[in-house]
Each structure stands twice: as structure tokens, then as C-alpha cells.
Design a protein. Structure first.
Length: 457
């Protein structure tokens, strides 16, 4: 097999990268002051800024965002007349609310069976190390072949829009010919994937009221309507008997053109119990990436322990609606709100409060950057063809960048393959995937620079 000095250099840097990722994971950088002090996020931002300065970035700054959080920006100049590539990651993480459920402490990076476990190891602090490894390997072999901009966001998981606001207010800051967003993942470990579609989301809080106060069900049950039952009827109306989302006016028959997700693999990755059927119709890819999906995020109701036979005067739920590319979040919010009002039974009073929304995204995979990534992935994953995949979560910055820089190519890769268990207990990153994707990124920057040079860009 032909030697690859870039891959060899990255492999040699993996032990040091583990130490660095352990330092970064140790920051409890949840961008929610109700969960974690903001000082933790600020320390993580300073750590990343110092790492960029150590890589000889000429312009590094920790930038205050409109949502009260911070992002880290850096610029590393390449040779004259070369294109500019923007590298994206985020350092904020999801909470680890039940730390006792983790096999090892969530903010202590722990190695087991070729994986590093810790909150943010894959989503998305590991991607910060992926970028650093790629740039270090290039520096050891002639330097970066392109101008490199790096932006590491501090509130992506909260979806509060601080970085999007900043980008729109400072449109030159993130301008680039190509954008590499490292917040997605391969469809499976060892299967190189470029994400072509991101689901959007709208979230609502629903409140139902039927009585002036709770009542004894023996004395009033039967004629008096229970608000919790009314809420459950509303929630039940959101799906058909097959479990597919049913909201009038919202298309639910899309088809997915990219790589499919075999049902057996999906059942295993999702942890479905034996005998439990999948919901919806169509292929797994259709249901995941081409059709809307409703979910109940939480319900306010009495716990079973200590419950009494009572009619409930009020009930609340928070619901989410995931949207495929081609559907508009604003329109979907309106349709969902109308559906809830239409299906509220017994004349109950209902109020609907928006909690947040993000638009879906579809990437253009026909340009020079995508072809360069195909070549780069072929080096990092010999014998494997690149797949086009979808990703369940939204990345709000993608739409903002597409609006600001319509000629820029946006590619999505990352470390969040199914075994990574992101947003959940025992999140982890595959060491092999980190090594391979850092290798792919380094080769991508080289290949893309060469391609743009050939076409005179």
C-alpha cells in the first residue's frame, strides 16, 4: 500500500490529541446558565483561542454574540491567490443531567474499546481536534494550501441564533469559497459520508385549560372534562395509526434519493425492543430525511407515585416537529398550530406558544469542493465510495451562510456516526473515525486548492 505522509503524521499525533480533547471535554460548556455556569463556556473559548494561536493563526478573537454567548474566530493565511475555506465546529454541549447513568464520568474523557467517551467527544469538541489535526499535518508538510478561516460556536445546541446574527452584521467575517461544517457524521463507522440534507425544526408549548381548579374525579368525573385527557387527544391526533405524522397541509410523502438506512441497522442503532414496529411508511431514509416527524418533548402532569383520582384543570406539553428540506419552518409552525386548535376537544381553551424554529437545509453536491472531498475520502477510506446522507439535527448557521454567500459550497461531515450516541448517555467518538476524517480534511484542502488553481479561481 502506498505510504501517505499526511495520514502517518496524523496517526502519530493521536495520543497528544487525546490529552487535548480530555482538557476540552472537562469544561462543562453547556450554553444554559440554568445548567452550567457560563464561566465554563468562557474557559472553553479561551482554550480554543489559545490552540489556534499555537497553530500560527494571525487573527484570533473570542467574539461576544447577541445571545450572550461567545464564539471563537481565527484566520490562517495561505499562499497568494488561493481560495478561502471556512472550517466550522461548536464547543457547547448538551447537558448530562443524569451523570449516574453514565458508565464513566461524562466530563472525564475515558477510553474503552477504541472509543473515547465523554460529553461533547463527538458533538462537537472532537471536531475541533479534527480541524487542528488536519492543519498540523499540513503545516508539517508545506503549510496550508488555502486561506483558512475557523469559527467555533458557543451556543449551537441552544439554537439561540447569536452566531447567525453576528455573521449577518459582519458579512465579510465568514466569507469563503467553501465551508466545511464538521457537525454531522458518517452513516456508519468506516463508511465515508457527506451529509446532503439537514432536517429543520419547530417547537411549540401547548397549554390546555378546562376547569377553574382540580376536582375530585368521583364527585365530578364523567361530565367534567379533564385537561390532561384533552391534551392527550390533541397529541394523539398528530399521528395516524401507522405512527406517521399527520398535519393537514404538511406533505408527508417525500422520498430520499441518497444512501438508504437498512432497517436492521436502524433497529440496532435506535435500540428498538423486540417486536416493536417502526412508525410511518416508506424506506427508513424516506422517514428520516424526506418526511416530517412529530415528537413530544415533555408533558407537565402528576407523577404516578403519589397520584390521586383527580380531574386536572390544566395540562401542558412541549412538542417538536422535524422538517425535511423543501418545507418551510414558518409555514409548518402555522399549520401545526392550526391543527392543534382544530383538534382540541370539548371546547377546551388552548394556547400555543412558539419555542423556537430552524429551517431545513439542502447542500449542493455538484461543485468542485464536493469532488475534492470525494477524492480526499478515497484516500482516508480506501476502497469505499462516498455516500450522500441526511442528518436528523439542524445546524442553523448553514442557512445563514447559504443566504450570505450563495456561491460558496457547503459540505457537512463529522464524527457523529450512530455509535457516537450524541445527546445521550455514554456519548463517544471513534478514534479511528477521528484519524480518518482528519486525514480526509487535510487532503481535501490540498485537492480543493489544486482544483481551484486549475480552473483559475
Amino acid at each position: 500500500m502506498k505510504q501517505d505522509p499526511i495520514a502517518d503524521a496524523i496517526a502519530a499525533m493521536i495520543p497528544a490529541a487525546r490529552t487535548e480533547l480530555a482538557e476540552l471535554v472537562a469544561f462543562r460548556s453547556v450554553a444554559d446558565p440554568d445548567v452550567s455556569p457560563l464561566g465554563e463556556s468562557e474557559r472553553a473559548a479561551r482554550w480554543i483561542a489559545a490552540a489556534l494561536r499555537a497553530e500560527e493563526f494571525t487573527d484570533v478573537s473570542v467574539v461576544d454574540m447577541s445571545d450572550g454567548r461567545q464564539s471563537v474566530y481565527g484566520f490562517l493565511p495561505g499562499p497568494p491567490d488561493t481560495p478561502t475555506v471556512l472550517l466550522y465546529a461548536h464547543f457547547d454541549v448538551q447537558p448530562a443531567l443524569d451523570e449516574s447513568a453514565w458508565t464513566s464520568p461524562p466530563f472525564t474523557l475515558t477510553e474503552r474499546d477504541g472509543r473515547w467517551y465523554g460529553r461533547g467527544a463527538a458533538d462537537c469538541k472532537g471536531a475541533v481536534l479534527m480541524h487542528l489535526l488536519a492543519l498540523r499535518a499540513l503545516r508539517a508538510h508545506g503549510g496550508p494550501p488555502v486561506n483558512v478561516k475557523v469559527i467555533v460556536e458557543g451556543s449551537e445546541e441552544q439554537g439561540t441564533g447569536g452566531l447567525e446574527d453576528y455573521a449577518r452584521a459582519h458579512p465579510g467575517l465568514l466569507a469563503a469559497d467553501a465551508v466545511l461544517v464538521a457537525d454531522a457524521g458518517n452513516v456508519r463507522c468506516g463508511v465515508p459520508t457527506v451529509t446532503a440534507a439537514l432536517r429543520g425544526i419547530t417547537m411549540l408549548r401547548v397549554r390546555v385549560e378546562t376547569l377553574r381548579g382540580d376536582l375530585h374525579s368521583g364527585q365530578f368525573g364523567g361530565p367534567a372534562p379533564d385537561a390532561l385527557l384533552a391534551l392527550l387527544k390533541i397529541l394523539d391526533s398528530l399521528t395516524g395509526d401507522d405512527g406517521a405524522t399527520r398535519v393537514r397541509g404538511l406533505s408527508a410523502d417525500g422520498t430520499w434519493p441518497g444512501v438508504d438506512y437498512p432497517e436492521a441497522d436502524f433497529r440496532r442503532d435506535a435500540g428498538l425492543l423486540d417486536g416493536v414496529r417502526l412508525t410511518g411508511t416508506g424506506s427508513v431514509g424516506d422517514r428520516l430525511w424526506a418526511r416530517p416527524s412529530v415528537g413530544v418533548m415533555g408533558i407537565d402532569c402528576p407523577p404516578v407515585a403519589g397520584a390521586t383520582p383527580t380531574l386536572h384543570a390544566t395540562a401542558r406539553a412541549a412538542i417538536s416537529l422535524r422538517l425535511p428540506p423543501g418545507q418551510d419552518a414558518v409555514t409548518a409552525t402555522s399549520l401545526l398550530t392550526a391543527h392543534i386548535r382544530r383538534h382540541t376537544p370539548w371546547g377546551a381553551r388552548v394556547s400555543v406558544e412558539p419555542l423556537g424554529q430552524g429551517e431545513p437545509f439542502r447542500a449542493d453536491t455538484s461543485g468542485a469542493a464536493y469532488r475534492a472531498m470525494e477524492e480526499a475520502m478515497a484516500v482516508a477510506y480506501p476502497g469505499q465510495a462516498v455516500r450522500l446522507g441526511g442528518f436528523g439535527g439542524g445546524i442553523p448557521l448553514c442557512n445563514a451562510l447559504a443566504d450570505l454567500y450563495p456561491r460558496a459550497e457547503i459540505l457537512l461531515i463529522g464524527l457523529s456516526e450512530p455509535e457516537a450516541n450524541i445527546h445521550a448517555v455514554d456519548e463517544s467518538v471513534s478514534v479511528d473515525e477521528l484519524r480518518r476524517l482528519a486525514t480526509a480534511e487535510a487532503h481535501f484542502l490540498r485537492t480543493y486548492a489544486a482544483a481551484k488553481s486549475r480552473c483559475g479561481a
